[in-house]
Design a protein around this ligand. Structure first.
Ligand code: NAD
Length: 319
């Protein structure tokens, strides 16, 4: 039985990944500074540890004295939506870098065979919506538009360097915006699909919600189950460099609002207010992940149809 460590197993993607690895027959240890908020962890073993500390990372990567995990999935990060990314630059750069520095070092030293790192589409530069999609190597010359993206790029490079020195197999995924049930939906770290679902769930039919900026920013959104398929395929593949995982269905923020409102069965008006909107667009190719058999099964509408009812239930449960 393969043994996997999931770092960030108390978070949105990490907690779903634990469930998926368990379904695939792994023995799984989760590690995070908090347990999953919305359901019990599916992990066989769960450690509550602050991964910014080297000694905690050394503890996490060992199954028993001298025996390391076959696979480490590194998803722990200090992160959130655009509001958080623009207001907590130092926390993101310090906390996520410390986690990445210590966990890769501990994994390599312990003799972990394969190491997965969750990078982001935020490593790419700002683009015009009409520009041709970028391939993975066009991340360079690098010009991420926020510090979260720079930290991810640094962590990608560090993982590659450790892979070269220690012979550890490195797999790097660059995630597109990912959404689904059991993601953060309020409190300041939520991302656009969850934040807009919450606002629409709170609004009356015919009511008005506020959105940051003019709503023209183009994004692609990937449903959690599609992302998990990509992670599993990538780990089994021979792809050694950064690989984009994401659905190529680009929509504006206004179109995202319309899709959620349709699923909610409400007529919603939009009031534009000032706020951090991020890049104009970020279009990237997905030929590489498709070359190893990945396909997206969830249109935005299909993914929102699974996500909105969950967010609505949280809003109603919170009243
Ligand atoms: P999340 O915030 O839900 O999960 C991250 C987890 O890391 C949290 O549970 C948090 O408690 C944990 N963590 C933070 N600091 C820690 C510390 N010092 N010690 C131990 N644990 C700590 O985020 P997510 O959406 O599940 O993202 C997972 C990974 O995927 C992150 O690396 C993120 O940058 C990356 N990513 C996510 C998206 C997305 O759209 N969700 C897009 C691109 C990349």
């Amino acid at each position: 039985m393969k043994k996997a460590l999931v770092c960030g197993a108390g978070g949105f993607i990490g907690s779903h990944l634990v469930k998926r690895l368990k379904k695939d027959g792994y023995w799984v240890r989760g590690v995070d500074q908090k347990k999953p908020v919305f359901s019990e962890t599916a992990a066989d073993d769960f450690l509550l540890l602050d991964l910014r500390e080297q000694k905690n990372c050394e503890k996490a990567v060992l199954i028993s004295e001298g025996k390391a995990f076959d696979e480490v999935y590194q998803l722990a990060a200090d992160m959130g939506g655009m509001g958080f990314i623009h207001s907590a630059e130092c926390e993101i750069m310090r906390n996520s870098a410390l986690i990445n520095i210590h966990i890769i070092h501990a994994s390599a030293k312990a003799g972990v065979e394969k190491y997965f790192f969750s990078s982001s589409a935020c490593i790419y530069r700002d683009m015009d919506p009409q520009e041709p999609e970028l391939s993975e190597e066009e991340a360079y010359p690098a010009l991420p538009d926020n510090e979260y993206g720079w930290e991810k790029l640094y962590a990608e490079r560090m993982a590659m360097a450790y892979g070269r020195l220690y012979g550890m197999k490195i797999r790097l995924a660059r995630f597109q915006n990912t959404y689904g049930p059991e993601g953060t939906w309020h409190g300041g770290r939520e991302k656009a699909p969850a934040a807009l679902s919450r606002k629409i769930a709170e609004a009356k039919d015919g009511g008005t919600i506020e959105i940051w900026g003019d709503g023209s920013a183009m994004r692609a959104y990937t449903y959690i189950d599609d992302l998990l398929d990509g992670i599993i395929l990538l780990m089994k593949s021979d792809l050694k460099n950064g690989v984009n995982i994401g659905r190529r269905q680009y929509v504006s923020v206004i179109e995202l609002v319309q899709t959620i409102a349709e699923v909610a069965g409400k007529k919603i008006n939009i009031k534009h207010i000032k706020g951090p909107v991020g890049v104009k667009a970020r279009n990237f190719r997905n030929d590489l992940i498709k070359s190893i058999g990945w396909k997206s099964s969830y249109s935005l509408r299909a993914g929102i149809a699974k996500t909105y009812p969950w967010v609505k239930a949280q809003v109603e449960g919170n009243k």
